[in-house]
Design a protein around this ligand. Structure first.
Ligand SMILES: [Zn+2]
Length: 656
């Protein structure tokens, strides 16, 4: 019989065995994890190689069996003489039956990439788009060109929608393009059944998916209904999918391909630079009254007789501003999501026909616009992200003529937007990207936009078409933020001890020795203006030295300011933080801008910064004969055009 001691000894040895096995298991688990990672990375490499191989084909050729038809349709139906960069490549690839994703900035002519092929081959092209207004515009302009197109919407009458749905199964129908929202694929059984019939009859020519970045949760504009589009490639094999977007980073593009089930598909990317757009940040007054005065001056002066858009961030703002501008005799229309469809269409038409000089629209409302002579886009409030900004401002100047994108910036608006976006994933990060753009006063605005699209542009690409390049600062000043960081952190901690939460305005008050005495600090007030103080707070926020802390009340969400994780480093002796001081450059409100601008032909560098190295680079002006070797040569050309970093610096030392 075994004794307790014997058994305990045995137990110990079993324990030992178990730990050995555990160690083995964890070793194998690690190996398994590594293998899985390797598998994913190999798959990605394969997909990337496939994409690169596809991209190395010269899709812009003119010897396809349909090439003559394509040229004829371009001239005789669309009345366009020549293609814009990348359009022909996209058209040929989709006519060849390739799945493709086309990344083209707003105004580069994305819609032609599916509208034209739709007319060249028999059958029906289904266009998926989330923006009803954009679809309405397109259908209207197609109909004007005698191109049979229909929109299936939930806003029209039942009869109308029924007629549109029947087109799908009607072999005799003349309709070439059908526009639908992604919800159709998710929610309408009848639509799907008719679409299957259309496919079975061999009439489904192509599925074009506009705003395709909405598939990806990594993007800035994820729409859940888009995920249903993943079934299409399996459900309709051999039907080419053509995804189109104006904004997508490399990671979003990979994600989109996965979701649509077309990994390794052809990606056609054109440059995002819009050389004809002038970018400007304008100091925004604190009162609405003064804001309206600026808008009035712009509309009556700088933009007299021109069409444009004024973006705001709330329905109330858009209504108030419209009212105020009308009081001052201006013809403007108001446009937001709460208006019914017919009112929206009317406003749209009046603007189209130039009865309204400008539309005051909310940024929340996705407003797709098919008007080429928009001469100005004014952001009364900053956008939610650089992607949004690029899209919204990009509605200007689609005709290639000079147009202006003016953003009115003030710190207070950061919180107007942050309280709206903080709960969405990446919302604050995206917003802070926009804030950084506004705070910048020393780097070309194009350079900052380019960074968002994995491209490299320099001030040579800008051609003095931004406020920074127009008024280069030869002697940029900086402010040493170290002592201010300490003061601000002290104010917040002191308030915290008294159980008081500080909004950015209250923090500014205490810093500038205004407001309740118990919240103020003991030092001197900063020796610069409150406007610069606002810049400092915003600068510290986007740098994570300060963070926002959101609290709900019954009526609104409030942003309070707390000390952020990067503030810890401030006590280190080696800590240095200097903020370049920007000055708002002069901007003539009451006279038209100089019109000596001639669009520069810049196409060579378009793919330079793109992370996907493409074997062959297509361009308007330079044909690359050496394949990938040209990349190096072009890199050095780009370096020369990078903006000069200003070296002369004066530090305002304001230690108190
Ligand atoms: Zn510039």
């Amino acid at each position: 019989m075994k004794t307790v001691e014997d058994l305990e000894k045995e137990l110990k040895s079993v324990d030992k065995e178990i730990s050995k096995v555990d160690a083995e298991v964890s070793k194998w688990k690690n190996i398994q994890r590594e293998l899985h990672e390797k598998k994913v990375s190999l798959k990605n490499s394969i997909d990337k190689l496939k994409t690169d191989t596809l991209a190395s084909v010269d899709w812009a050729g003119t010897t396809y069996e349909w090439s003559q038809d394509v040229q004829n349709t371009l001239k005789n139906v669309f009345h366009i003489e020549s293609f814009r960069p990348k359009q022909l490549g996209a058209i040929n690839s989709t006519l060849s039956g390739q799945h493709a994703i086309v990344v083209m900035p707003t105004g580069a002519g994305k819609s032609l990439c599916y509208q034209l092929p739709a007319l060249v081959k028999p059958g029906l092209t289904v266009v998926v788009s989330p923006l009803i207004s954009l679809m309405e515009d397109q259908v209207r302009s197609l109909t004007n060109r005698c191109i049979p197109a229909k929109l299936i919407t939930s806003t029209g009458s039942k009869e109308e929608s029924s007629i549109a749905l029947d087109i799908l199964k009607d072999n005799e129908s003349e309709i070439k393009l059908i526009y639908v929202t992604p919800e159709r694929f998710a929610k309408s059984k009848r639509f799907m059944a008719n679409l299957q019939k259309c496919y079975a009859d061999g009439r489904l020519q192509r599925i074009a998916i506009d705003e395709v970045h909405c598939c990806s949760q990594w993007g800035h504009d994820f729409r859940p209904d888009y995920k249903y589009l993943g079934i299409l490639s399996n459900m309709f094999p051999n039907v080419p999918i053509l995804g189109l977007t104006a904004t997508a980073t490399a990671s979003v593009l990979t994600d989109v391909q996965k979701i649509l089930n077309i990994p390794g598909c052809l990606v056609i990317k054109s440059t995002f630079n819009r050389p004809n757009l002038f970018y400007k940040i304008l100091e925004k007054p604190t009162s609405q009254e003064e804001c309206v005065t600026i808008l009035e001056k712009l509309l009556n002066g700088r933009y007299k007789g021109e069409s444009g858009i004024i973006y705001t961030n709330s329905i109330k703002d858009s209504e108030d501003i419209t009212k105020e501008l009308r009081k001052r005799g201006l013809r403007v229309g108001c446009y937001h999501a709460n208006l019914d469809a017919s009112t929206r269409t009317q406003v749209h038409l009046k603007w189209h026909d130039k009865y309204y000089q400008a539309i005051v629209a909310t940024v929340a409302f996705g407003m797709g616009i098919d008007k080429s002579d928009v001469r100005f886009v004014i952001h009364h409030t900053i956008s939610k992200s650089m992607e949004n900004y690029y899209q919204e401002s990009g509605r200007a100047g689609r005709d290639g003529l000079r147009a202006e994108c003016v953003t009115m910036y003030r710190m207070q608006d950061v919180f107007k937007v942050s309280t709206m976006v903080f709960s969405s994933s990446g919302g604050l990060e995206h917003l802070y990207g926009m804030v950084k753009y506004c705070l910048n006063g020393t780097q070309c605005r194009r350079l900052l936009i380019a960074e968002h699209f994995d491209e490299t542009w320099g001030d040579a690409d800008c051609n003095k078409m931004c406020d920074v390049c127009c008024h280069p600062v030869s002697n940029a000043k900086e402010v040493n933020l170290k002592p201010h960081c300490k003061t601000l952190a002290g104010i917040i901690q002191n308030a915290d001890q008294q159980d008081v939460k500080l909004t950015a305005q209250k923090l500014l008050d205490a810093w500038f020795l205004k407001g309740p005495v118990n919240l103020r600090h003991k030092g001197k007030e900063p020796n610069f203006s409150r406007v610069l103080g606002e810049d400092v707070i915003a600068y510290l926020l986007v740098g994570n030295y300060l963070i926002e802390d959101f609290h709900y009340t019954a009526y609104s969400t409030i942003s309070y300011i707390k000390v952020g994780p990067n503030m810890d480093a401030v006590d280190d002796d080696s800590f240095i933080l200097n903020m370049p001081i920007r000055r708002y450059s002069h901007f003539e409100l009451q006279a038209p801008p100089a019109t000596d601008y001639k669009p520069a032909i810049i196409t060579v560098k378009s793919e330079e910064g793109s992370k996907t190295k493409k074997p062959k680079i297509e361009s308007l002006t330079v044909k690359s004969e050496e394949g990938s070797k040209t990349k190096k040569r072009k890199s050095s050309a780009i370096k020369e055009s990078k903006p000069k970093i200003i070296k002369t610096v004066t530090i305002i030392d304001d230690s108190d």
